[in-house]
Design a protein. Structure first.
Length: 342
């Protein structure tokens, strides 16, 4: 955590060890962190110089580098300077560095667009080759700050699934809104259902459709990447990168249209399931059964109250579970509340 503010791993270990106690000697901290005492002392002196740590009590000369040695001297003890005071300058410097980097990024992007050799060069960029396609794909995912929109079709070609997982994890850790529409046959690939379940658990919103017209990733609605037919590039994987333009706007509209019509996927104890289509809704009689079941009434009592046979109640319950894609009545209750059936 503190490495983002400029502290190394060993320095962070010493700093966080001091958080757990009011004061500590170099020997105490060396024992707690597993570092050598000499290294611990050196780090403490450096942190003291930088104002992150102060000497809480010492004897003799009053200097922390000599307080731990000599007959009759008590080891110097160290305490943290209040983080709100000590760490604030480091945070300000990191923010300023990020601001400078963002300014440079914007300037370079605009310069590239203004000096493109061909007018279309600022709108569409052609990328050819496995390494180049994979590189641009990771740039789009790792550069996203707000939103990623993805169409998944067929098997991965240029970017292995495990590499894509790392980019997805990084985006989710940054708080990026991650929405994915997958073609139905995508989940038929080896291990894809397991990957889908892990993605949903991690925070990806995943929906399913029968088919999609293309494979695509859109980053922050500013850039998109669409693979090209390998036959058009000599059998090598290739793609176009689309920058802000009417074409990019059309791709975003296409995503939103497919997203609105797609069926959400959710995790179950055995894998992932799709919510039923809009026209697959419970009947009034099935909702009467559902209300009684959710109230904790047994099948037999529900049958008696509704004037039905127990087999009819069981049949209606089974259909409700099929509509919900539920493996248990607990899951049925969760889905009913989520879908607004009651």
């Amino acid at each position: 955590m503190l490495q983002a503010l400029g502290l190394g791993p060993a320095e962070e270990a010493i700093y966080t060890a001091l958080l757990a106690r009011p004061t500590a000697s170099a020997q105490d901290l060396a024992r707690q962190t597993g570092l050598e005492k000499a290294e611990t002392t050196r780090i403490l002196l450096d942190l003291t110089t930088r104002g992150l740590v102060a000497v809480a009590g010492e004897a003799g000369s009053g200097t922390p580098d000599s307080a731990d040695c000599g007959a009759g001297r008590r080891p110097a003890r160290y305490r943290l300077t209040p983080p709100s005071v000590a760490l604030a300058p480091f945070l300000v410097e990191q923010r300023n560095a990020l601001h400078r980097a963002e300014t440079a990024f914007s300037m370079l992007t605009e310069q590239y667009r203004s000096t493109a050799a061909h007018p279309a060069g600022s709108v569409v960029e052609v990328v050819v080759g496995v390494e180049q396609v994979a590189h641009r794909f990771h740039q789009l995912q790792r550069g996203a700050q707000r939103e990623l929109l993805v169409f998944l079709v067929g098997e991965p070609i240029a970017v292995p699934r495990e590499d894509a997982d790392m980019s997805e994890s990084s985006a989710l850790d940054r708080g990026v809104d991650f929405r994915v529409v997958a073609a139905k046959d995508y989940l038929d690939g080896p291990g894809m259902a397991k990957d889908a379940r892990a993605g949903i658990t991690a925070g990806i919103e995943l929906r399913l459709v029968e088919s999609l017209p293309l494979k695509m990733v859109v980053s922050d609605r500013e850039r998109a990447m669409v693979p090209l037919d390998m036959a058009d590039s000599g059998g090598e994987p290739s793609a176009i990168v689309v920058h802000r333009s009417g074409l990019l706007t059309a791709l975003v509209h296409l995503f939103e249209k497919e997203w609105a019509q797609a069926r959400p996927l959710y995790t179950t104890a055995t894998g992932v399931r799709a919510e039923p289509a809009a026209d697959q809704q419970p009947t009034e009689g099935e909702l009467e059964v559902l209300a009684l079941l959710l109230a904790g009434i047994s099948d037999r009592r529900a049958a008696s109250q509704l004037g039905l046979s127990i087999r009819t109640v069981e049949r209606r319950t089974r259909r409700l579970m099929d509509l919900a894609g539920a493996d248990s009545r607990l899951q049925l209750g969760w889905h009913a509340a989520r879908a607004g059936w009651l």
